[in-house]
Ligand binder design. Structure first.
Ligand code: AP5
Length: 223
């Protein structure tokens, strides 16, 4: 399946995408992670993207789309993948359809992780991540086994640069203005499914698997 996980900052897209990727044995494509990797490596794209990311703005459509397109074209065409953080604008949604069309493929489902603002704020304040492996923790809800050290890499966890309060408020404002039209795009195509992401990660994952099961069944019955 080609699955899109959509939602506001800190809805838990990355957390759910990682669980789903091991459950479905599918590739997890996070545009946020890919961009942060470019910034760390000091690539030309990373240098262009950094100033937008630091302010909580969206990186221009053409830069992100080229990066995603290159990535998708290299994947095994028989396998599904999970998109986390892409598409994030109406234009990106249209371009993604064109890219997939060209490959004889299409999105199976776009899952909207509905999250209340106070939940978002609690999650972002406590988020920590391992800069080596990208594993995400939360100091209260998903703490590491040992104090502030990654369970897998044994290095000290970091707080994301763009989790500073002012930047997050801007990320939320940008999300409401530029990203919510993506919901309309998939709603019109009857591909949008909504689940509550306010619950604990396990409960959200159960809802997510349930949605995918029914969507897959509906698609099989269509054929
Ligand atoms: P990106 O990295 O995609 O940021 P985001 O969309 O703001 O989402 P987050 O990564 O902040 O949150 P998440 O929903 O993945 O939540 P997580 O699982 O970490 O993008 C960063 C920047 O890159 C953008 O601002 C932009 O500049 C640029 N960019 C990226 N994609 C782009 C695009 N397509 N176009 C243009 N620009 C782009 O969880 C959050 C915390 O909550 C964690 O601590 C976690 O442990 C905890 N948690 C998760 N789920 C639960 C739960 N159910 N219960 C309790 N705690 C939970």
């Amino acid at each position: 399946m080609i699955v899109i996980l959509f939602g506001p900052p800190c809805a838990g897209k990355g957390t759910q995408a990682k669980l789903l990727s091991s459950y479905l044995a599918s590739e997890h494509i996070s545009t946020g992670d890919l961009l942060r990797q470019h910034v760390r490596n000091g690539s030309a794209l990373g240098e262009k993207a950094k100033s937008y990311m630091d302010k909580g703005e969206l990186v221009p459509d053409e830069l992100v789309t080229d990066m995603v397109s290159d990535y998708i074209q290299k994947l095994d065409k028989r396998k599904g993948f999970i998109l986390d953080g892409y598409p994030r604008t109406y234009v990106q949604a249209e371009i993604l359809s064109e890219i997939l069309d060209g490959m004889g493929r299409s999105v199976d489902v776009a899952v909207y992780l509905k999250t209340d603002k106070e939940v978002i704020v609690r999650r972002l304040i406590g988020r920590r991540m391992c800069k080596k492996c990208g594993r995400i923790y939360h100091i209260e809800t998903m703490p590491p086994k040992n104090d502030m050290v990654c369970d897998d890499c044994n290095i000290t966890l970091d707080q994301r640069h763009d989790d500073a309060e002012a930047t997050v408020l801007n990320r939320l404002a940008v999300y409401l203005k530029q990203s919510t039209p993506v919901l309309d795009y998939y709603e019109k195509k009857a591909l949008l499914k909504k689940i509550s992401a306010n619950l604990d990660a396990h409960s959200v994952f159960v809802s997510l698997k349930n949605v995918l099961f029914h969507q897959r069944k509906a698609k099989q019955e269509e054929r």
